[in-house]
Design a protein around this ligand. Sequence first.
Ligand code: FAD
Ligand code: DLZ
Ligand code: SF4
Length: 508
Amino acid sequence: MTGTLRPVLGDQLTHGLASLADLAEGDVVLMAEVGDETTYVPHHPQKIALILSAMRHFAAELRERGVTVDYVPLDDPENSHSLSGELARAVARHRPERIIATEPGEWRVWERMGDWESDLDLPVEIRDDDRFYCSRSDFAALTAGNKTGRMEYFYREMRRRSGLLMEGDGPAGGTWNFDKQNRKRLPKGLDLPHRMRFRPDAVTQEVLTLVADRFGGNFGDLDGFGWAVTRADALRALRHFISDALPCFGDYQDAMKAGEDFLFHGLISPYLNIGLLTAAEVCERAEAAWRDGQAPLNAVEGFVRQILGWREFVRGIYWTEMPGYADSNFLNAGRDLPWMYWGGETDMRCMAEVIGTTRRNAYAHHIQRLMVTGNFALLAGIAPRQIEEWYLAVYADAFDWVELPNVHGMVMHADGGRLGSKPYAASGAYIDRMSDYCGRCRYDLKQKTGPDACPFNYLYWNFLIENEDKLRDNRRMSLIYGNLAKKDPEERAAIMRSARAFLDGDDW
Ligand code: FAD
Ligand code: DLZ
Ligand code: SF4
């Protein structure tokens, strides 16, 4: 062969990928299903099925375009089961002149890519992943002066640079952020949109059988798999979201309802993260819905902020702070992850609801991840690595670059405040305000301590007491610590007793 070998990873399924831009006659695209990637955490079976099926569909689309694709399936007896191993085998098969790749999403793979040139004795070009609004180097430059070190400032700058939701030099509607309007409870009787799911075709059926055979023991249901596995279907899902759910996305962004897994959320993160959709097209279509009068500004701004703001910001943090980022443990949390996360029984209705949707769908919406399973892990002092592994395994959209900052930083405050200025700790009252979970819970939200009290209540105060020396001086925590100071010694002792009894017991 005289051409270029172009490896494409399972989260790089974008026809406009940087490393596919100048495909030429004689080039070969390499795609490989490998054990290393399917087992580095015990992925939810739906996540593995989504990625493998989407990879197979993407390879077929490339072939239809006339591209030569060398595809190594998981059950190929010669499969070395590592990305580098498959690249080396492909080099031996095709004898290319050079390799062109796009930078990967994860530090672990980035490090290995650094060895390719010397290991293979071939020129290796690694291109920036331009599917993001902000490149790694732009983010580093932007935040170097610390002006945009917080998400809100970074987001404003990204609005200016992208021109999204701008009127002249200022934000559309006169304000950058409509958060205050976006915290409504779901009114009783509100119609929820019926969400579009996709029936598995023959390719997906084959993958489902493979995944059931090999990964059926992992946490998570495979039955009812309904994710889109092609760009065409992902675009259908996006159009459906924009017309049926986006108009109410803002109002009920933080709401939770028992038995309702999706509400008005996008359900698009897996498609964005594996490349079936791009951030730019999603944001631009949402903006167009506002300009056409199909969705209100508070909804569209709230939605765009998640992608243009949070998604880009966490990626920037990941790449500027890794590899050290994952090792910090500011609050010295070290308790083992309780079995309930992996499907064990729990009487906490909120936890059962969120772990239930996770098991059924490889999905939970943001506020469930943050304020229920995340909040509990923070308050209970779970070891960051264990809770990170859980989030990385159980969600169809989970990749280290986005999962790690969300869990390590936003939820666990293990980075000491690099990502968010304070931990999102909350008692049961918050969960009650935003959901209907508490009504039928075995625990009593109104009781603050004792065996029947809502565990979030005493765990919340216990968390503040235990971490007082680390958090008291945080300006954004001063009101809360003022409230703690008003508690008399007996109340504090009762809180700590209840927390110890719960955490040392086997009720969870
Ligand atoms: P919507 O609510 O419709 O939001 C629209 C889009 O905004 C999402 O598709 C997503 O691309 C983006 N987005 C929203 N919030 C965030 C955020 N905090 N960080 C990055 N992107 C965001 N998102 C992932 O894509 N992968 C993860 O592994 C992941 N792990 C998370 C772990 C925790 C503890 C928390 C609190 C959040 C995590 N998120 C993760 C962010 C967010 O919860 C999901 O992106 C969202 O729930 C996906 O569902 P959706 O497409 O319906 O989102
Ligand atoms: C997540 C995943 C899985 C489950 N399987 C594969 C695979 O078999 N082959 C592959 O190329 N990629 C897979 N992926 C996605 C990779 O983990 C991801 O591309 C890297 O971690 C870089 O972000
Ligand atoms: Fe969760 Fe407490 Fe409400 Fe029960 S009472 S659902 S444990 S917040």
